[in-house]
Design a binder for this molecule. Structure first.
Ligand SMILES: [Zn+2]
Length: 217
């Protein structure tokens, strides 16, 4: 939001300066003033400097949204928290989906700034040997996607996500082998450390086992 305002502000100043030059470029003696290249150029440069991160942000959200929609089986929205939005955020979770008053989760999610940064770095990597933060970030997107399709029980949503992490990783561009390896790492290394409420009922033949082909067990 802040960047958008700065971008618009500098574009307005550049346009205003150009218009003023057009209107006043010939003085009373008929002399033509040179175009204010430096001031207009600086304004445009700052505006472009603001536009680049905005475009990258929108592209990242589009990539995450496409993959999440594929795993969800229908359109869902993904918003990546911006640096500005972190100032007013005290929550420790890596993402969330709001529930409506009727108890039905919205089909849009907020992924926190750090998790989105980890997703961005994983997407631009060769995906061969991801950091644990990156594995967790991919899983966070899967977990929130499970809320968006209607699961409100945390242990069930977590287990449904564990069984779809490989699909999500593939939808985001990993090879089938890389996707399976990522899902395994989450299941073996991270899942056992999840807090109470998120674990239980998950595993081969357990309560939330959906017998999916790409389950990590
Ligand atoms: Zn959750």
């Amino acid at each position: 939001m802040f960047l958008t305002l700065v971008l618009i502000g500098f574009l307005v100043v550049a346009a205003g300066t150009s218009v003023r030059w057009v209107l006043t470029r010939v003085d009373a003696l008929g002399r033509i003033a040179p175009f204010p290249k430096i001031s207009v150029g600086l304004c445009v440069a700052v505006a472009v400097g603001c536009a680049v991160p905005l475009v990258l942000h929108a592209r990242l959200e589009g990539t995450l949204e496409d993959a999440a929609s594929r795993v969800a089986g229908g359109p869902v929205g993904v918003h990546c928290q911006t640096a500005g939005e972190t100032w007013t955020d005290a929550g420790a979770e890596l993402g969330f989906v709001r529930w409506g008053a009727d108890g039905v989760p919205e089909r849009t999610t907020l992924i926190k700034y750090g998790a989105c940064a980890d997703l961005r770095s994983w997407l631009s990597s060769d995906k061969q040997d991801p950091r644990e933060d990156q594995v967790v970030a991919v899983h966070v997107l899967t977990h929130e996607t499970m809320h968006m399709v209607g699961l409100t029980n945390e242990a069930q949503a977590e287990c449904a996500a564990v069984q779809r992490d490989a699909r999500m990783a593939e939808a985001l561009g990993a090879t089938p082998e890389q996707a399976q390896a990522l899902a395994h790492r989450y299941w073996l290394d991270v899942y056992p450390r999840m807090p109470e409420g998120y674990v239980g009922g998950c595993g081969p033949g357990a309560q939330w086992d959906e017998h999916l082909a790409l389950a990590p067990w």
